[in-house]
Design a protein around this ligand. Structure first.
Ligand code: GYE
Length: 350
């Protein structure tokens, strides 16, 4: 008889344990054997962050901002994984987060396509996904909760409008602008928006796009790609770099090949345009006029993501797409403000 009661007792206990595992959110995490939970504080809200890499100063600032926001936040813990610019690493990271049963997954996706299955897996595990910086191209947009980042095409339109106004102010004919595009990682939201903004402006204004090639948002590739473009073409007078690290590399290649980097296009100088405005050397170049104009891209998303999660914790609804405001920098006095899509932006000193 006693044995029977004991068995019933254990049966009830294991049923209760099972029920406990079923209610996922806001509950203490279970440490089961296949869950690698090292370093995870199971009493906190656990956030798994899949960063795409460490290719640029923008990226490093973004990583720091995320770490600062979550490490200091009471009741939260962050599991950080660097994808090293490879989508397959990021997919593995997301799957690891699912196994670890984190409360939220934050993903900064390297490129837009190829996320449907893994985001579906996160959905099946009932873990909300927040996108930061770049977007994903999925058939079902409810696979992610929300996104925070920049309007990359708007950044491009601003820089291009600055170039347009600069050319008008200096009597440079549109057809005399011979532009090369050092593109970011192909298929990333930042590249897609910045390239598109340039091609549309070139079509509208009648600029000559001489060449375009991927420079992967890095200084090393920026330098290599610029050097090979200089070997292939002798009329380049504007270099449109899709981030500051590429611009630094491009300036090094231009100077090594004997070009003068600057804004005096009519007298043979080569103008460099760029994006980000976070790298110290790039800002110095901008102050010297070696980078003529920088479209600001703001990487400080840590607090933004953290407050989104706090809102979700409270059950509040948040906007799907959240754009941040950004400026445009130039040390040249030729253009003081620009108007894009009916909105006026003043050009500020770097
Ligand atoms: O501009 C670049 C980085 O996606 C906004 O990625 C980001 C871009 C940023 O490598 O520096």
């Amino acid at each position: 008889m006693m044995k029977k009661y004991k068995m019933l007792f254990w049966l009830l206990l294991s049923m209760l344990a099972l029920v406990g595992c079923g209610s996922r959110r806001h509950v203490e995490k279970e440490n089961t054997t296949n869950v690698p939970s090292e370093g995870i504080d199971s009493n906190s809200v656990v956030v798994g962050f899949s960063q795409l890499g460490a290719e640029s100063d923008w990226r490093n600032a973004n990583t720091e901002s995320m770490k600062e926001a979550f490490y200091a936040r009471h009741g939260y813990s962050l599991v950080f994984k660097d994808g090293q610019q490879k989508q397959s690493n990021q997919i593995t990271a997301v799957r690891t987060f699912i196994q670890q049963d984190v409360d939220y997954i934050v993903l900064a996706p390297v490129t837009e396509t190829g996320w449907d299955s893994v985001l579906q897996e996160a959905r099946d595990a009932d873990i909300p996904v927040i996108l930061v910086d770049r977007l994903v191209d999925v058939s079902d947009e409810s696979l992610y909760q929300c996104w925070v980042g920049s309007d990359f095409e708007l950044e491009a339109k601003k820089v291009c409008e600055w170039l347009n106004q600069y050319a008008i102010a200096n009597g440079i004919a549109p057809g005399d602008l011979h532009i090369v595009d050092l593109q970011g990682t192909l298929g990333s939201t930042a590249q897609i928006g910045r390239s598109r903004g340039l091609y549309e402006a070139a079509m509208e204004n009648g600029w000559d796009i001489v060449d375009a090639a991927e420079a992967d948002f890095t200084q090393a590739r920026g330098r290599e790609v610029m050097a090979s473009m200089l070997r292939a073409h002798d009329n380049i007078n504007v270099v449109y770099c899709e981030n500051d690290n590429e611009a630094i590399g491009a300036i090094k290649a231009l100077e090594a090949a004997g070009y003068t980097v600057g804004s005096d296009i009519l007298n043979g100088e080569v103008m460099v345009l760029s994006f980000d405005g976070i790298n110290k050397d790039a800002l110095d170049y901008a102050r010297q006029g070696k980078i003529a104009c920088i479209g600001e891209c703001n990487p400080m998303h840590g607090e933004r993501v953290a407050s989104m999660i706090e809102q979700l914790e409270k059950g509040e609804t948040i906007n799907k797409l959240n754009y941040v405001d950004e400026r445009i920098f130039s040390a040249l006095s030729d253009v003081t403000d620009i108007t894009v899509d009916g909105e006026k932006y003043s050009v500020t000193s770097p």
